[in-house]
Ligand binder design. Structure first.
Ligand SMILES: O=c1ccn([C@@H]2O[C@H](COP(=O)(O)O)[C@@H](O)[C@H]2O)c(=O)[nH]1
Length: 314
């Protein structure tokens, strides 16, 4: 089999796009008709919203699978629905993997070591899709509990050829509140970055990038450039492009000269593009799928034009 980074890089090179489409279904923003048809027709799930989320995500997967290497389901929107949402999350992950997509599950897990191991076993399937019930290729991880709590995730990830993305510098407006606090003359996020880079080095084998990556927000271009220099073996998952204001120019520094080293997420900007001012005039709400495709293609072209991702496959 192949490691997470080998599978991810070959998918990025095949699609010539370092783009991950976020699957963040929100009931109030679903395209017209989806909720009504889920309520009226036969459904496997007791909650019609769960049925609507599954259909919506399956349709998005079908549209984006030929265009991008990866999807990132946001566990929160599925968990919000309770047990049926958790079943849909598993089913969406499975469907995405069957479509050939790399799946980054954004669940931001973290706990004391022995509990962290259970999270890792539940989410990290890696190269063997049947190895975990939520059979993701990689998982986002919260490092707040300390370095010892990252190790169980790393051990499971290495064993199963899976990946991790540890929160280092997040995209939200209040990121600096805790992450920029100084200890021993350095910001908290730089301490986390040093630990993550160490784990990336330990797990990279012959590859440039290790199994342990970092979440770095597109909304803080200066910190992103600084972290890229400090973390040469760490793959970056970059949220904050599009809806949160991050631009392609803001994230150009994240890529290496081959256009690798980072993958950029957009969730609302793609899946709810039909509702976005840029696409509203071109597509009626019933044409929401065409809006998804147009927004995905536009993001790919934007990154190709304004970042070293233009070098992919070239
Ligand atoms: O620092 C972070 C970490 C995670 N996220 C998640 O990414 C997506 C972003 O969605 P958009 O609609 O493209 O803004 C969402 O699932 C967040 O929970 C993040 O934004 N920032």
């Amino acid at each position: 089999m192949a490691t997470y980074i080998e599978r991810l890089n070959s998918a990025i090179l095949a699609k010539r796009a370092p783009v991950v489409v976020g699957l963040d279904p929100r009931k109030e923003q679903l395209p017209p008709g989806l909720m009504d048809s889920a309520k009226s027709g036969h459904s496997y799930y007791s909650d019609p919203t769960a049925t609507a989320y599954e259909r919506f995500c399956f349709q998005i997967i079908d549209i984006v699978a030929p265009l991008v290497p990866a999807v990132k389901p946001q566990a929160a929107f599925f968990e919000e629905l309770g047990p049926s949402g958790s079943l849909v999350l598993a089913s969406v992950i499975r469907r995405a993997r069957e479509a050939g997509l790399i799946v980054i599950c954004d669940a931001k897990r973290g706990d004391i070591g022995s509990t962290a191991e259970a999270y890792a076993r539940g989410y990290l399937a890696g190269s063997d899709r049947n190895a975990a019930p939520w059979s993701a290729d990689s998982l986002t991880v919260n490092p707040y509990l300390g370095p010892d709590t990252l190790q169980p995730f790393v051990d499971v990830a290495v064993k199963r050829e899976a990946g991790l993305y540890v929160l280092v510098r997040t995209s939200n407006p209040g990121a600096a509140g805790f992450q920029d606090l100084i200890a021993d003359g350095q910001t908290h996020y730089r301490h986390v970055a040093a630990a993550v880079e160490q784990l990336a080095q330990e797990t990279r084998g012959e590859q440039t990038y290790g199994a342990v990556g970092a979440v770095v927000g597109a909304t803080y271009p200066q910190e992103l450039a600084e972290l890229r220099a400090a973390m040469p073996h760490t793959h970056f998952l970059i949220p904050g492009y599009g809806s949160q204001g991050g631009t392609a120019q803001d994230i150009a520094a994240a890529f290496d000269a081959d256009g690798l080293g980072a993958i950029v997420n957009s969730s609302r900007g793609i899946i709810f593009a039909y509702n976005n001012a840029k696409y509203k005039d071109q597509f009626a709400p019933e044409q929401w799928e065409s809006a998804v495709e147009a927004a995905t293609r536009d993001m790919i072209a934007d990154l190709a034009e304004h970042t070293p991702a233009g070098a992919l496959g070239g």
